[in-house]
Design a protein around this ligand. Structure first.
Ligand SMILES: O=c1[nH]c(=O)c2nc[nH]c2[nH]1
Length: 464
C-alpha cells in the first residue's frame, strides 16, 4: 500500500445519493503522493491527531471554523471556445445565436495562438470556480483542441475533450470540408490525448458531433462506428434542446420522428453518451434514454436565457426513473461559467416546471396536484448531488471522484464562508451547523468562497 504523503483535518460534506447528504465532522484524511485517499476517520478531535500521526512524518493541513471541504464540481457540458462570448445574444433562438454569435467566435480558433491564450484563461477560470472536472467541446479545429488537452493536463484539471464535428449547415468559414476530414482530425486528437495521458487518469477523449443539424449522415455513422469499435470512448452531443432545433433536425432526417431514434440509429446513444439539454422529452424518448443508460447534462442557465425561450427540463422525472443527471454550465450559451449558478438555476427552473408545466406522463407522483402540476421541484441535496457525484457519473469518472472514500482520488474544494475572504453575500452566522453552511454556500456563495482547489491531492488553485 502507498505511503501517506499528507494529512488534512476538516469537516467534509458530500452526497451519497441524490437525496442523501453526508456530513463527516472533524475528519482526518491521509492522501498518497498521487492523491488517493488512504484513510478517512471522522470525529477525530484536534487533540488526538498528534498521536494518530505519530509514526508518519507528514504535513498536516487543518481547516478553521467557517471552512469545510466538498468534492470538486463537475461541469458536464462546456464549450471551451465560447469562454469569451459569455453574456452575448441573450434571448436569441438557437440557430440564430449559432450563426450570429457563436460560429464567428469559434472560427477564430483556427489560430492556435488564439486558442492558447483563451484556453489558458478558461482552464484557470474554471479551476478557480471549483470545476475540477469538465466535459469540453472544442472548436472544429484539431490543433486548437490539442492545445486545450495539453492545457488541462498542465493546469491539473480533469477533462473530457472533444474536437467538434460539423461538416454541413454552417458558414463556409466554419465548416469541415468532408466527413473524412472530420474523422481524420478526430482520430488525431484522440491519439494526442492518449499519448499525453495514456491511462486517461486526468484527460480523456470524447466524440463530439455538435448536433445532427451540423453533421451529415455519413459523419454521424463514422462516429458511431468509432464508438462501437472502441467502447471506452465517451460521446457528447446536444439533444432535444429547443423547438427550433428539433424541427430543423426532423426536417433534415424525415425518416425519423424523434431524436432518440435518430441518434441511436447511428450508434451514438450508449452508456457513455452525455446528452446536453434534453428539455423537450416525450415518454418514449425518456424511456429510451433510460434503457440505453445515457447520461443527461442539465444546463438550466442556458435553457432559461439562450436557445428557445424559457425551457425547464424534466429533471425530477429523470431522477425518478434512475437516469443519470449532472449539471452543465453550457458556457457560453450559459452566460455564467459557475456551477454555483447552475445549482441555483436548477432549483429555479424546477420550481417553474412544477408550477407551469403539466406533469410528465407515467406513474402518479407524490405532490402532484389535481391539475397535473406539482411534484417537479428539486431539493438542495439533489442539485448538490448533480454538481458533484451525479456529474462524475455522467462523465464516467465516478469511481475516482464526486465524493470522498478510501481509494477515491482527492478532488476537493475548501469552502470558506468567513468574512475575511471578502465575499459579502454569504451570511455566516455563529453556530451555523455544516448543513446550514452548505445551504448558504450553494445559495449565496461564489468563487471568493472557494479558497483552495485540489485535483488528485495537488493544489491547483489557492495556497496549501
Ligand atoms: O447551447 C448550445 N451551444 C452550442 O454551441 C450548440 N451547438 C449546437 N447546439 C448548441 N447548443
Amino acid at each position: 500500500m502507498a505511503e501517506p504523503a499528507k494529512a488534512i483535518h476538516a469537516t467534509l460534506i458530500h452526497s451519497l445519493s441524490p437525496t442523501n447528504l453526508q456530513v463527516l465532522p472533524n475528519t482526518l484524511l491521509t492522501l498518497s503522493s498521487s492523491g488517493t485517499i488512504l484513510s478517512l476517520q471522522p470525529n477525530i478531535p484536534p487533540s488526538a491527531i498528534p498521536s494518530i500521526l505519530a509514526q508518519q512524518n507528514i504535513p498536516l493541513t487543518s481547516l478553521s471554523p467557517g471552512q469545510f471541504l466538498i468534492p470538486g464540481f463537475v461541469d458536464t457540458h462546456n464549450h471551451a471556445p465560447q469562454w469569451m462570448q459569455r453574456g452575448l445574444g441573450q434571448g436569441m433562438h438557437i440557430l440564430d445565436w449559432l450563426d450570429g454569435i457563436t460560429f464567428p467566435n469559434e472560427a477564430k480558433f483556427a489560430d492556435p495562438a488564439h486558442a492558447e491564450k483563451v484556453y489558458e484563461k478558461l482552464v484557470r477560470g474554471m479551476l478557480r470556480q471549483g470545476v475540477t472536472t469538465a466535459s469540453y467541446y472544442g472548436s472544429l479545429h484539431g490543433e486548437a483542441t490539442r492545445v486545450l488537452a495539453s492545457m488541462c493536463l498542465k493546469a491539473g484539471q480533469r477533462a473530457l475533450i472533444g474536437k467538434c464535428n460539423m461538416d454541413r449547415n454552417a458558414p463556409a468559414f466554419y465548416c469541415e470540408a468532408s466527413a473524412e476530414e472530420s474523422i481524420r482530425e478526430t482520430r488525431e486528437c484522440i491519439r494526442h490525448i492518449r499519448s499525453i495521458d495514456p491511462e486517461g487518469v486526468q484527460i480523456r477523449p470524447v466524440l463530439t458531433p455538435r448536433f445532427a443539424i451540423s453533421c451529415t449522415a455519413e459523419l454521424l455513422q463514422s462516429l458511431g462506428d468509432m464508438a462501437r469499435e472502441d467502447d471506452s470512448l465517451a460521446i457528447q452531443t446536444h439533444f432535444n434542446e429547443a423547438a427550433q432545433e428539433i424541427n430543423a433536425t426532423m426536417a433534415l432526417f424525415p425518416s425519423f420522428t424523434n431524436e432518440a431514434d435518430l441518434y441511436s440509429s447511428f450508434g451514438l446513444l450508449t452508456r457513455k453518451s452525455i446528452l446536453a439539454h434534453c428539455t423537450i422529452m416525450t415518454e418514449y424518448e425518456m424511456e429510451k434514454l433510460r434503457e440505453l443508460g445515457c447520461g443527461v447534462a442539465h444546463c438550466p442557465t442556458a435553457n432559461m436565457t439562450v436557445g428557445g425561450g424559457f425551457m425547464a427540463a424534466p429533471v425530477k422525472e429523470f431522477l425518478r426513473r434512475g437516469v443519470s443527471v449532472g449539471l452543465g454550465t453550457d458556457s457560453g450559451g450559459g452566460y455564467s461559467a459557475s456551477v454555483g449558478d447552475a445549482m441555483r438555476h436548477a432549483l429555479v427552473t424546477s420550481y417553474a416546471r412544477d408550477a407551469l408545466y403539466p406533469k410528465f406522463g407515467g406513474a402518479e407522483k407524490d405532490g402532484s396536484k389535481a391539475d397535473g402540476r406539482g411534484g417537479e421541484t428539486l431539493g438542495l441535496e439533489e442539485v448538490f448531488y448533480m454538481a458533484t457525484r451525479g456529474g462524475a457519473k455522467v462523465v464516467g469518472f465516478e469511481e475516482k471522484v464526486g465524493g470522498f472514500g478510501v481509494g477515491m482520488e482527492f478532488d476537493a474544494l475548501v469552502v470558506d464562508l468567513r468574512d475575511e475572504v471578502g465575499g459579502v453575500n454569504v451570511p455566516l452566522d455563529e453556530g451555523d451547523a455544516p448543513e446550514r453552511m452548505l445551504e448558504k454556500f450553494v445559495m449565496t456563495g461564489d468563487d471568493r468562497n472557494i479558497v483552495r482547489v485540489y485535483v488528485k491531492g495537488r493544489v491547483v488553485h489557492g495556497e496549501e
